[in-house]
Design a protein. Structure first.
Length: 53
């Protein structure tokens, strides 16, 4: 019984990896506030502006 269950789960490893990857993409692009990501992306630009002044 346990061996059959392990074999089924082992055969579905690619499905588990795909679900995990899709979860990461969903979290990064949909659930994360875009303003926070854009603020982090503009840090190098703000540093360059402060050196020119």
């Amino acid at each position: 019984m346990l061996d059959q269950t392990i074999n089924v789960l082992r055969s579905l490893w690619s499905v588990w990896v795909m679900i995990f990857f899709c979860g990461i993409v969903l979290w990064a692009y949909v659930l994360t506030p875009k303003a926070k990501i854009e603020a982090h992306g503009t840090i190098p630009l703000r540093d360059d502006d402060s050196e020119e002044r």
